[in-house]
Ligand binder design. Structure first.
Ligand code: AMP
Length: 631
């Protein structure tokens, strides 16, 4: 059989868009088949599989439970509390139905929001799938976020119910969630009617009478109840997931049901090459998009077992991930470059301690993958390392190599590049100023996607269509294209390289943070008059946040105040957002019109040339930063 090239396959996915996606739509069960594959008539909005009715939970759980009730579905491993539990598809369905019954008994129905603020425990997945089952919209908030971050998300999502737990744990240290949640609810103008608490027995907590509900008690009340899946039109909202942008207010990335199911099922096959009955292990967290797509929905849609892990890559030792690969015969693994850089500090022999014969590939995403890290892990594991680039907004990889497409020649990986545009994505590089497409190789431009976005990508920003249109589709002059806000470059062979963000978003250990959010938080400290936060290159985390603060009273500058400001960020936003340093300065670099020159500040902080400074109002501001950093 002659093989197609990937470029031909990609071109067909765009030229014969509807035929291509109609074929992919057969991967999932529809109660009513779609009447129209793509309605792109109202740009930049797109509606996929219009008129089709389906259900994510049916496709992820019930259909496999019917075919293979005893097949493994969810494997939960916690090295924090020393537990390992395996749920079959039938057991998972029973748990999800019990959770769905609890939600319904609290009056949660189709279109109602449920906010999930949970550590990595099975109940978090049960809650997500239970929402999907009854058509409620889940909004998972990363457990590492603290009260102010959580409050803004509660206010925006306006959930009827919050599902939470007493505490998480990190390297044996108990991290109580309930006080942060109580404070967030008191800060939020919206008050959820109920808070469903999973009590792990890790941290005693106060219950609010009439609001707080006990999960264990309700689970036993509702155990065994059948809760049918609600068939939802494909474009019904399945969930929202908040992500950082350039303003202090996080955006609720909103996704559909049918398009997401089809996109994930296709990616499980073509990109990840995962097969039903095998085990998929993503070491991410359910609070991030990778957790949604490739801990919960993707593997289960494919009929794979998904391994959910509460713990770190180095506890009890730096071989723990590989022990799990061996024990559960993991075939496909997904992690982040930072996790590999952490492992790299340990003995490479640990990579060989366990039998990794089952493992076919390791996928890494979330931040740039540097070549030394990629080579170290590739040599150590002896399996392909597949860099993949995407965003919360896209829901599945945008650039990578899809090497499991029948009849299509595999694409070799190239160090430093995540790969090629995935099928369905009309990716272009545009000149930032003129909006012209850059067709010659090796030119740096803004990476954009043409309308319509493929299935699985965001429908809009929750409650704010105008923000969706204006933020994402109007940033390149004269062009209505979706901006990724990343710089890209394509080489002569079509490999795309990512060269960093075009906006003020930073990436710390694969976690996306808005510098404005951190600035707003630090400005809230009584001692601070003004602050600038920039992302600075870091060997381990890719980037770290560094703050430059002007104090109301400069004599207050002290290491103690620096510590206090860090604690203030911890308490309000969470430890993920804590700057690595808070430097005290008397002046910030600004233009004459008062615009903060973040890029110049970042360049100086990284020891680079700050470039054109003709607009800089007072050169002593940067000189001060230079001297400070030389100390
Ligand atoms: P998030 O929405 O949190 O997944 O963050 C998305 C951003 O992370 C992208 O816009 C990129 O800036 C960065 N990113 C994600 N994956 C990669 C990758 N494989 N290589 C380089 N940057 C990446």
């Amino acid at each position: 059989m002659t093989q197609q090239t990937y470029a031909e396959f990609h071109a067909r996915s765009l030229a014969e868009r509807d035929a291509f996606w109609a074929e992919q739509a057969r991967r999932i069960d529809w109660q009513t088949p779609p009447q129209q594959i793509c309605d792109a008539s109202n740009p930049p909005f797109a509606r996929w599989f219009v008129g089709g009715t389906t259900n994510l939970c049916h496709n992820a759980v019930d259909r496999h439970a019917a075919a293979r009730p005893d097949g493994r579905a969810l494997i939960w491993v916690s090295t924090e509390v020393g537990k390992e539990v395996v749920y079959s598809f039938a057991q998972l369905q029973a748990e999800v139905e019990a959770m769905a019954a609890i939600l319904q008994a609290q009056g949660v129905g189709q279109g109602d929001r449920v906010l999930i603020y949970m550590p990595m425990i099975p109940e978090a997945a049960f809650a997500m799938l239970a929402c999907a089952r009854i058509g409620a919209i889940h909004s998972v908030v990363f457990g590492g976020f603290a009260s102010v971050s959580l409050a803004s998300r509660i206010e925006d999502a306006a959930p009827k119910l919050v599902v939470s737990a007493d505490a998480g744990s990190r390297v044996g240290k108990v991290l109580p969630y309930k006080p942060l949640l109580d404070e967030a609810i008191s800060l939020s103008a919206h008050k959820p009617a109920g808070v469903l608490m999973v009590d792990r027995g890790l941290a005693p907590f106060a219950r609010v009478a009439g609001r707080d509900l006990d999960y264990a008690e309700l689970r036993s009340q509702h155990w065994g109840r059948r809760v049918p899946c609600v068939w939802l039109e494909s474009n019904t909202t399945s969930y929202t997931l908040y992500t950082s942008g350039t303003t202090g207010k996080p955006k609720g990335v909103q996704r559909d049901v049918g398009g997401y199911a089809v996109a994930l099922a296709t990616s499980m096959d073509y990109i990840f090459g995962g097969k039903p009955g095998e085990t998929y292990f993503s070491s991410s967290d359910i609070g991030w998009v990778v957790g949604h797509s490739y801990i919960v929905y993707g593997p289960l849609l494919q009929g794979m077992a998904t391994l959910m892990y509460e713990g770190t890559p180095v506890n009890p030792d730096a071989a723990v991930l590989w022990r799990l690969v061996e024990k559960y015969q993991v075939t496909v693994m997904f992690s982040a470059p930072t996790a590999v850089r952490v492992l790299k500090k340990h003995d490479a022999a640990l990579l060989k301690r366990h039998d990794l014969a089952s493992l076919r590939a390791l996928f890494l995403a979330g931040e740039p993958l540097d070549e030394p890290t990629a080579r170290w892990i590739a040599d150590g594991l002896g399996v392909p390392i597949i860099d993949n680039y995407w965003q919360t907004e896209t829901g599945w990889p945008l650039l990578t190599v899809a090497n499991h497409i029948p009849g299509v020649a595999p694409v070799p990986t190239r160090f430093g590049s995540p790969g090629m545009p995935m099928y369905g994505y009309d990716v272009k590089l545009l000149d930032e100023n003129s909006g012209e497409e850059l067709t010659e190789p090796d030119r740096k431009g803004v990476l954009v996607i043409g309308h319509p976005l493929p299935p699985g990508c965001l429908q809009t920003v929750w409650g704010d269509d105008a923000r969706f249109v204006n933020t994402y589709w109007k940033s390149v002059p004269g062009r209505e294209v979706y901006s990724t806000f990343d710089w890209g470059l394509r080489d002569a062979d079509g490999y795309t390289f990512i060269l960093g963000r075009t906006d003020d978003v930073i990436n710390v250990a694969g976690h996306r943070l808005g510098t404005r959010e951190i600035e707003e938080c630090i400005s809230g400290h009584a001692a601070v008059a003004e602050v600038a936060v920039v992302g600075v290159a870091d060997a381990l985390k890719g980037q770290v946040a560094i703050a430059f603060a002007v104090l109301r009273d400069p004599v207050q500058a002290s290491p103690a105040l620096e510590g206090e400001i860090m604690k203030h960020v911890d308490a309000q936003l969470g430890a993920v957002a804590r700057p690595a340093r808070v430097h005290f300065v008397t002046l910030l670099p600004k233009t004459r019109s008062g615009k903060l020159l973040r890029r110049a500040l970042q360049a100086v902080a990284e020891g680079r040339d700050p470039g054109d400074l003709t607009t800089l109002d007072d050169p002593t501001a940067l000189a001060q930063v230079k001297t400070l950093l030389q100390k």
